[in-house]
Design a protein around this ligand. Sequence first.
Ligand code: URA
Length: 463
Amino acid sequence: MLAADAMREIALDAEDDFDGWREGVRAAVRDGIAPERIVWRVGSAPGELFGEAAPAAAGAASFTVPRAFVDLARKAILHSDRERFALLHTLLVRLLARPGLLDDAADPLVRRVEGLAREVRRDIHKMRAFVRFREVAEPEGARFVAWFEPDFHIVRANAVFFLDRFASMRWSILTPEVSIHWDGATLAEGPGATKADAPDGDPVEAMWQSYYAAIFNPARLKVGMMLKEMPRKYWKNMPETALVPQLIAGAQAREAGMVETARTKPGGNIEAAWAALREEAMSCTRCPLHEHATQTVFGEGPVDAAMLFVGEQPGDQEDLAGRPFVGPAGQLFDRALAEAGIDRDTIYVTNAVKHFKFEQRGKRRIHAKPDAGEITACRWWIEQERALVRPKRTVALGATAARSLFGKAVTISRERGRALELPGGGEAWITVHPSYLLRLPDPTARAEEYARFVADLKAAAHT
Ligand code: URA
């Protein structure tokens, strides 16, 4: 009989041994051993801490987990975080007790594990995008050899991808942890290597060019994504880096062209242009805020809205939900809109800055004000949104929104409550940001300021 408070050691064959982890966890669940009582060991050296061996897999626990969990776990396990085996075990135990857990984007454990999986996915993509093969003459014929340094344990999981693309060639990918070799028939694994083991010289241009074209199909080229996925440490070996400024210019021209065509050509599809613009914005890397935010929070609402409202930047809840003004400020905004006789379903709502800027304090993410550079970098998107929606009136909620629209600092107390002319044409109205109202400590002042806010919204909508 196994004591539930016994410690158990589970040995995995390798850092990416998902099957071993699954088997070990099934046995632990079957025996009622809590995650904190498991010691995970990677490698074949016998454990010294615990005399009791992990029990055989006989009689595996009978439970099923959603496919989404398996996919998540398969990715997260490839991370280098030493706690990942235990975190996944804990997540599994909680999931068995609460089947909808994975949908709770605010749950700290779900977020942590998803964060691991996200970093792993990026690393997988980086490897696919940035390996560079050099040709080596061997007695059997040419072999193409590449050196790559992944951040995580992704090499085996990625091998099939290269096999699919280069099945008819002989190739090797060398990495510090492991090397993989394909001889045209068999995939073999060897020990880790060093950069010195890989050949020098120019990458095989024709090969990488066709490969690169397949990964970044120029017809759908997303420069933002490409830059985001291309950390500077990889740039030195990459001839296409020289193209980057041109590609950015090309992307802007394409986005602007799309908007222009949708607006000016008969039958132009504004919805489709908006969807394409949003899609491009999803991989925006024009400023560093994308690095820590969960996602781009693009504007939303009817693309033919008569009024367009601009906030500052997504907050914590907007960052997680991917939608503007859904948190506390959004709720106050909704209430004020209703009191001003404005139906939120008829307006377009967006932000001056599309990524959440915050400071991490313990587990909390505290809002940080975007600076002038970040506002300027993001102006591109709001200009495109305005060019598409062509609102009759644009309302700036707070100083950041006003700076974004006017391209300079604006004093709200002086300009609020009346129609102003925007630099590129169009009518703008300025008022305070709903968060300002939430921050006012004095209830009387808050009520007064709220009433002024509602009056500003009414004036903007009905004057
Ligand atoms: N504050 C903003 O400015 N925008 C949001 O979307 C949420 C809070």
